[in-house]
Design a protein around this ligand. Structure first.
Ligand code: CDP
Length: 804
């Protein structure tokens, strides 16, 4: 007779499914130096590419002389725009509907722009030859300020489209203007502002920064001329999209292109776009018939690959005297650099910035974003955020603080008063989003109780008194943030990139002995997909997570998907995984019923098996069912046990969080000590609590970096002032504080397992929380707002300007 012990709970624990803090399976490899990154790929006869880059931010390229460079032993070729032009590859389309020079075509538009590509037998020869390429530049006036770029007599940056009145996102009104994107009801919002008891107004700048993954961008392109097949290994966050775009640009049939993303050392949005290095490596491989590797160095990564943020946000928020918010108005001047290469879904040129009403029930709102060309690097990627959500969260969470100051009321109370209530979900915001689920009041109360909010405010007031009496030179700041994220792009009807619908996919094969492989359209860059997607499947199909291999990143084997960025993996590919698992289970049910000699409807699912209803001792476990699927002729059922799901999400998911940061600020040195950081995240159903905690720690540390020092700064000539890790702040263990993490669980009603994304939430919520804490420290002295990053000098300057 079949065994009916262990109990369902014991069997579920063995699966290591949903909710288990299963250890990361990929770490066995990573901690032993057995990862396989792009730069680990070494092919016979491989050549190396390196760029000649512009030292000027704006200049005409008068001539390029590569003769001396070609004489360097080992140099095989030096490519310029003139070599790419006959192939039509000297310009390439950007993800934002603009076009970008692959190699300088007549002029350069930012410092570090690619001018020529040297190909040599080793990277040292290539680097030596780069030094010998003589480029004659004629300097042009530089514009790094987007407001100045829109002045009538500003220099024309994009001469190629100077007379073009229509851009990819509508009318252009100036030679350096890219688009205007408007959302909401301007008239109604301005009426509310005109009639409001109180209006708070502030210019909030979210400075230019950079995702700066530990591994820089790179690729190895290998054209097999015999078979006509191009293989490209690269640091690609969206390998299938790269394959399609590569096919469209090169004319090589898509089945003859294989894109492989091996292990990736962090992406954070930096590895979504297409860079000139990829195109040049592919061309060089086609021309030479040899594999060509290009891996950028750190300075190239910071100076020339995709930047993030750079939004000037003019905000106005209206409220009644007792703190009921009545309207939000916002105008953004968005600095996109020399080319519009922002990585946003096509219909959203400012990404999901229109989530800027945040967690609050704001009746009317209006938003306009103006995209502008300047002499800075292109990019505009979602650095650990979902398409400009972090800018939106920063705006609203700073405006709430500014409003609280103007109203003279407590910022925690102001938030509580205006939160969208639990019974209002699904909630349609004034700017058009339908929030799926939330319970903000519960999360807020839990957070404030956990940190002892009342006591913190009392201590802060005492500190101000001590400061005034000259007993201390340290002020105390309490930073609050309540954020709502929007993650999981699609749905396909709203979201595409270059016309490719934003669904995702999972294909499962169960092996005869009851283990499995699942392949997905996403690609992990350190998030632990191999661990967590197996957990989703374990709970769906009753096979232990340890017996399931997860594979991503090879377009020849994985089903088509739009990749990993914007915390979309769990909301979209995670849902596809659950749905494919359910298809497996449906077939398994028929097989089990046959084996048990009962009708399909007479068996039911029980953790890892189908049991006969009312007779739990009669069952077939998944391993037995899998074996039967391959080895028994079952009437009416095909052999095998496989399924695939392409999941088009009906909506985004809306994770949220309540964060509190307590800082001590030394007014004489500008030093900010983070005394405490509490982070409550609600990402719906939690797949792996340990991984979630790791994601929150990582996201908060990147938020700390951005808020407290990380910046891509330019001088007035367009020179990058922070192009090395000597100047660009990346926190180490020394600067990173201890984080207290917590959670509530409000499942997504439309996701098959109720999960929402989490990877980016701590970055989205962390930045305003750190910033609010610093600004709050000076509130008692009449201070309202200071721009990030809050490095020592800038913090000292706040104190200095207040006369402290
Ligand atoms: O798209 P990306 O992987 O960057 O972000 P994500 O979907 O938020 O997932 C980040 C990591 O957290 C993955 O390993 C997820 O499986 C895990 N996660 C989780 O365990 N539970 C959730 N509710 C959401 C994510």
């Amino acid at each position: 007779m079949n065994e009916i012990t262990p109990t369902p709970a014991e069997r579920a624990e063995k699966l290591k499914g949903l909710g288990s803090s299963r250890k990361r399976v990929e770490d066995v490899r990573f901690t032993q130096g057995k990862g396989n990154y792009v730069d680990d790929i070494k092919l016979p006869g491989m050549l190396f590419g390196d760029f000649v880059r512009s030292p000027y931010a704006h200049a005409r390229v008068v001539s390029i002389d590569a003769e001396a460079a070609k004489q360097v032993p080992g140099v095989v070729a030096v490519l310029t725009a003139a070599d790419l032009a006959p192939l039509g590859l000297h310009w390439m389309p950007t993800l934002a509907g603009d076009k970008q020079m692959v190699l300088a075509d007549g002029k350069v538009l930012f410092q570090g722009q690619e001018v020529a590509f040297v190909v040599a037998t080793d990277r040292y020869a290539a680097a030596d030859a780069v030094e010998l390429v003589e480029v004659d530049y004629e300097e042009l006036p530089v514009v790094t300020d987007p407001f100045k770029a829109l002045e009538p007599d500003a220099p024309v940056l994009r001469e190629d489209i100077a007379d073009q009145k229509e851009g990819a996102h509508g009318a252009r009104r100036h030679h350096n203007h890219i688009f205007t994107w408007e959302q909401g009801d301007r008239e109604a919002t301005e009426k509310v502002l005109a009639e409001a008891d109180v209006v708070a107004e502030e210019m909030i700048y979210y400075h230019r920064t950079h995702p700066c993954p530990l591994e820089t961008c790179g690729c190895v392109a290998s054209m097999d001329k015999v078979n006509g097949k191009l293989t490209v290994w690269g640091t690609f966050q969206a390998p299938h999209a790269v394959r399609t775009v590569a096919s469209l640009i090169s004319g090589i049939a898509e089945h003859n292109i294989r894109i492989i993303s091996p292990d990736i050392g962090g992406g954070f949005g930096n590895k979504v776009g297409v860079y000139p290095g990829y195109i040049c490596s592919i061309v060089a491989s086609i021309v030479t018939g040899k594999p060509v590797k290009w891996v950028e160095d750190r300075m190239e990564n910071l100076m020339a690959t995709a930047f993030a943020r750079d939004y000037w946000m003019q905000g106005k928020i209206a409220a009644t005297k007792d703190g009921r918010i009545t309207g939000l108005w916002c105008h953004v001047t968005a600095d996109h650099g020399g080319f519009d290469a922002c990585a946003d879904p096509t219909k959203f040129p400012a990404g999901f910035f229109n989530i800027c009403t945040g967690s609050y029930d704001i009746p009317v709102a209006w938003l306009a974003v103006d995209g502008v060309y300047t002499n800075k690097a292109p990019g505009g990627v979602a650095y650990r955020c979902s398409f400009r959500v972090t800018e939106a969260a920063y705006l609203i969470e700073r405006m709430i603080e500014v409003l609280a100051i103007k109203l003279g009321i407590d910022a925690a109370e102001l938030r509580r008063k205006n939160f969208i209530r639990k019974d209002q979900f699904p909630y349609r915001s004034a700017l058009g989003w339908e929030y799926d689920s939330g319970d903000y009041h519960t999360a807020w109360d839990k957070a404030l109780a956990a940190v002892g909010y009342e006591d913190l405010r009392a201590e802060q007031a005492d500190r101000v008194e001590s400061f005034r009496r000259g007993e201390t030179r340290k002020l105390m700041g309490v930073g609050l943030t309540f954020f709502t994220e929007i993650v999981g792009a699609g749905p396909v009807k709203n979201c595409d990139i270059l016309g490719l619908g934003m669904f995702d996919s999972c294909e499962i094969r169960i092996h005869p002995t009851g283990s499995a492989i699942a392949r997905l359209g996403t690609i992990s860059q350190g998030q632990g997909h191999a661990t967590t997607f197996a957990q989703i499947l374990a709970s769906e199909i009753g096979i232990p997570a340890d017996n399931i291999t997860i594979e991503e990143g090879d377009t020849d084997t994985a089903p088509y998907g739009l990749g990993t960025y914007g915390s979309r993996s769990t909301p979209v590919a995670g849902a596809a995984t659950a749905m494919a698992g359910r298809k497996i289970r449906a077939k398994a049910q028929m097989i089990a019923a046959y084996l048990l000699e009962v009708h399909d409807d007479d068996v039911e699912w029980d953790v890892d098996r189908f049991v006969v209803k009312g007779a739990p001792e009669r069952f077939k476990a998944m391993a037995e069912i899998a074996f039967a699927a391959y080895n028994q002729a079952i009437p009416g059922i095909e052999p095998g046990l496989e399924a695939v799901s392409y999941y088009d999400p009906p909506n985004m998911t809306y994770p949220f969080g309540a964060y509190v940061c307590v800082v001590d600020v030394d007014v004489d040195t500008g030093q900010v000590d983070i005394r405490r950081f509490y982070a409550l995240d609600d990402c719906g159903t939690r797949i792996n609590p340990m991984i979630i905690e790791g994601q929150v720690h990582g996201g908060l540390t990147e938020a700390l970096a951005i808020a407290m020092g990380q910046e891509i700064a330019y001088d007035e000539l367009g020179n990058v002032k922070t192009g090395t890790l000597m100047d660009f702040f990346v926190p180490t263990a020394w600067e990173t504080p201890h984080y207290e993490t917590d959670w509530t669980t409000t499942p997504s009603p439309h996701h098959p397992i109720g999960a929402k994304g989490v990877g980016e939430s701590p970055n989205v919520g962390g930045v305003p929380c750190f910033s609010n804490a610093v600004n709050d420290a000076f509130r008692a002295f009449g201070h309202v707002h200071a721009h990030m990053p809050h490095d020592h000098w800038r913090v000292w300057k706040i104190a200095h300007d207040l006369g402290l």
